[in-house]
Each structure stands twice: as structure tokens, then as C-alpha cells.
Design a protein around this ligand. Structure first.
Ligand code: NDP
Length: 391
């Protein structure tokens, strides 16, 4: 039994609260805190079991410390934005509480996400005797666990990994993002990067694509992108020669994104508007549909998985380990679309494994550093069944 504070009442936070509430034998007490209390209140009203809610500005570490002192949790789950990772980790260190998140830190004024900032906390967590689990969403998260499982159970040597993320869902809007618009657009417009033969190779954003056949959703064009799990998998999957990440987009998304980029609406540097300083991308976020509101209208499925190539018992082997998730089924269960759902379920599972002591350690860890099997079992039981296709 454990007490959990969830910070961030957006699309993902809402799913995490719903899924934790389904497992009361582990999540004895759930506290939800966010910048806008109204968002917490809405989630509280949707949940049958009682949860306590709080307002917090997680950019201010002392506010998070105060929240932790009030709630006395065993674990803080960060489903706010990557900008808050370090201030929440600082608060966890100050209070001696474990930490979990779904996306690695990036500074607001520089679109450069990498693990360095959070890996620099390793010694402090070790000394404090507490644990931080990084990237417990789907990608990063489940994709890392799939790779760890392949390393443990399916291969003697892993040579190539292609992480494929396809969303064949249609939300009915000409342009919307399935998770926080600011973070999504910063990620998609960043240079594509992949790991090959010990080096990083860089390409222009959205300049390289390949066509893949996805189970249940068919043939899709997927674009090479940089994604944070490549950084930790390049270290933790021994002997891997190449890791790439590919994501699909609708034509409408790409056309709108290009136009928005061309007119400067994706800029992250402040501009002067009628005497006020505004960041164009933050303004754009405020006029786009809220990802948490897309559940009702989204139809179709997602398919996310890892194509892994290597050697087993002296013979070449290639598999695709994947999950297919249906937007409408997610909405029926927790009132969210599948992108929030596929992120929120693994967040709950990571939290469950920490609270029950199945995964434990002192320091800062990426998810593939732990035994993947308990996590794979829980995916089957809590709404994200996976399959392995021999290729
Ligand atoms: P949303 O924008 O829907 O939700 C973010 C929430 O965090 C909002 O409620 C927001 O409050 C709150 N918040 C923002 N700043 C603060 C602050 N300073 N203090 C307290 N609360 C704050 O985003 P999503 O739910 O779509 O995404 C959440 C996280 O999940 C992101 O970091 C995203 O990158 C990550 N993610 C990870 C994935 C994975 O597979 N690993 C996939 C998808 C997302 P307010 O309502 O006031 O704006």
C-alpha cells in the first residue's frame, strides 16, 4: 500500500489518476496537484473513489516541498511538463521521497531535451537513499521495456532497433496534437538524430521517411525523428549498432505545421506584441485544442512498437514487439484518447512496481535498467496487451 502525489492534471495526469484508482490495494491514497485547480476538480469529479486535490506551481520547488509535507507521499509522479522535472526532483531530494516521470528535462528557452540534466542527480539520489525512475510512459517507457525484454529473453545479440510510433486516429480537427502542443511541436520540429556505430547522425527535421506495414492499421509513411529513449538505450542495450525512431503524421498535420513554422508561430524566443513579451509557440498552444479534450471525437487506433534485429542461437532473427490501442475503447474506459492512455497506463505500472518494492534502487534510473518481465506482465493486465511478431 502506498501514498502517491500526482503533479499535472492534463491528458496524461487524468489517465494516471483513473488507472491508480483502479488498483486501490496498491494506491492507498491519491493526491492530485496542478497549476490550475479547476483541472484537478474536473478529474476529481470523474473518479468514483475519493482523491484529494491541491494547487501547486511546480516551477517553484519550495511549493512542491510544501505539498509533499502536507500529503506525506511515498512517491511523487510528475505528469506536468518536462520544464518542471528538475524543480520536482529537487523537492523530492529535500523531503526524501521517490520520483517518477514520463519525459526528460528540457529548458524552456532552448529546444534541447537530453538526459544529462537528470543523470547529474544520480549521486544526490544515491546519497539520499531514494529512487528516481525516468521515462515511464509509452515512448519513452514501454519501448525501452520492450528492448530490455528482447535483450533478456529473445536475443543473444541485438544489432538494430527501429522504434515505430503510428497513430492512425482521427480527432476531427484540421490541426491538433495528442499531447501537450508546445512539447509536441518542439519535438517534431527538432533535427532528426539517430545512433549508429557509436556515433550520432543528424538529419533535417522531417526530411527522411520510410513506409512501414503496421498490424491492424496498415501501411503508413513514418518520419525519422530524435526521441529521448535512443540516448539511454544506446548505453543500456549492449552491442547495439543502430537505433532509430520513426513517427507517422497525417498530411493535414504536416501541412499545417509547415505553414505555422513558415510564419514564425513555432518560435520559442519571446517577441514583443503590443508592448507585451510573448512566446509565439506558447500563444499557439493557447488557441489549439486541449489534448485532454480530444478523447470524445477521436476514432481509430495507435500501433507503437520496436522492430529488433539480431542473433539468437547463431541464427539471424527479427521481431516486432508492439501494442495496438483503440482510441474509442480508451475513451469508454477513462474518458481519454489513446495517446494519453498509452502514456498514463505505464506511468501507473512504473509507480506500482516502485511502491510494491518490485523495482527498487538508490539513484536515478532509466526504465530499461530494471527487470522487464514484471512490467510486461502488468501491461497485459492493465490495458496495454502486447504481441511479438516474428519477421
Ligand atoms: P497537458 O498539457 O495536457 O498537461 C500538462 C499539465 O501539467 C497541465 O494540467 C498543466 O497545467 C500542468 N502544469 C504545467 N506547468 C505546471 C506547473 N508549473 N506546475 C504545476 N502544473 C503544471 O500535457 P500532457 O498530459 O499531454 O503531457 C504531460 C507530460 O507527459 C508531458 O511532459 C509530455 O511530454 C509527457 N508525455 C510523455 C509521453 C511518453 O510516452 N513518454 C507521451 C505523451 C506525453 P495547466 O492546466 O495550468 O496548463
Amino acid at each position: 500500500m502506498g501514498r502517491v502525489v500526482i503533479i499535472g492534471a492534463g491528458g496524461v495526469g487524468s489517465v494516471v489518476v483513473h488507472k491508480c484508482a483502479q488498483v486501490p490495494e496498491v494506491f492507498e491514497k491519491i493526491f492530485l496537484a496542478s497549476r490550475t485547480l479547476e483541472r484537478c476538480r474536473k478529474i476529481q469529479a470523474d473518479i468514483d473513489s475519493p482523491i484529494e486535490i491541491f494547487q501547486v506551481d511546480a516551477d517553484i520547488s519550495s511549493e512542491v516541498v510544501e505539498l509533499i509535507r502536507k500529503c506525506e507521499p511515498d512517491l511523487v509522479v510528475n505528469t506536468a511538463l518536462p520544464y518542471q522535472d528538475l524543480s520536482i526532483m529537487d523537492a523530492c531530494l529535500a523531503t526524501g521521497v521517490d520520483y517518477l516521470d514520463t519525459a526528460n528535462y528540457e529548458p524552456p528557452d532552448e529546444a534541447k531535451f537530453c538526459y544529462k540534466w537528470q543523470w547529474d542527480y544520480r549521486e544526490r539520489f544515491e546519497k539520499r537513499g531514494t529512487m528516481a525512475l525516468l521515462g515511464s510512459g509509452f515512448d519513452p517507457g514501454v519501448t525501452n521495456v520492450f528492448c530490455a525484454y528482447a535483450q533478456k529473453k529473445l536475443f543473444d545479440e541485438i544489432h538494430y532497433i527501429d522504434i515505430l510510433d503510428a497513430n492512425a486516429g482521427d480527432h476531427g480537427h484540421p490541426f491538433a496534437t495528442n499531447f501537450n502542443p508546445e512539447i509536441n511541436i518542439r519535438e517534431v520540429t527538432a533535427k532528426a538524430r539517430y545512433f549508429e556505430d557509436g556515433k550520432w547522425v543528424e538529419e533535417d527535421a522531417l526530411s527522411v521517411h520510410q513506409t512501414y506495414d503496421f498490424p491492424e492499421i496498415g501501411t503508413k509513411k513514418a518520419y525519422l525523428m530524435y526521441h529521448e529513449e535512443i540516448e539511454s538505450l544506446a548505453i543500456n542495450i549492449k552491442g547495439v549498432k543502430r537505433i532509430r525512431f520513426w513517427m507517422t503524421f497525417s498530411e493535414s498535420y504536416l501541412t499545417h505545421l509547415k505553414a505555422l513554422e513558415n510564419v514564425g508561430m513555432t518560435r520559442i524566443d519571446p517577441v514583443l506584441y503590443e508592448g507585451h513579451s510573448i512566446v509565439p509557440l506558447q500563444f499557439l498552444k493557447s488557441v489549439l485544442p486541449d489534448p485532454a479534450s480530444l478523447g470524445k471525437s477521436t476514432r481509430g487506433k495507435t500501433c507503437i512498437g520496436c522492430r529488433i534485429e539480431g542473433v539468437k542461437d547463431g541464427a539471424p532473427k527479427k521481431v516486432f514487439i508492439y501494442n495496438v490501442c483503440d482510441h474509442e475503447a480508451c475513451f469508454a474506459e477513462v474518458g481519454s484518447q489513446a495517446v494519453s492512455y498509452t502514456t498514463g497506463v505505464p506511468t501507473m505500472i512504473g509507480a506500482m512496481l516502485m511502491l510494491t518494492g518490485v523495482w527498487q534502487g538508490k539513484g536515478v534510473f532509466n526504465i530499461e535498467e530494471f527487470d522487464p518481465e514484471p512490467f510486461m506482465d502488468k501491461l497485459m493486465k492493465h490495458g496495454l496487451p502486447w504481441k511479438i511478431m516474428e519477421m
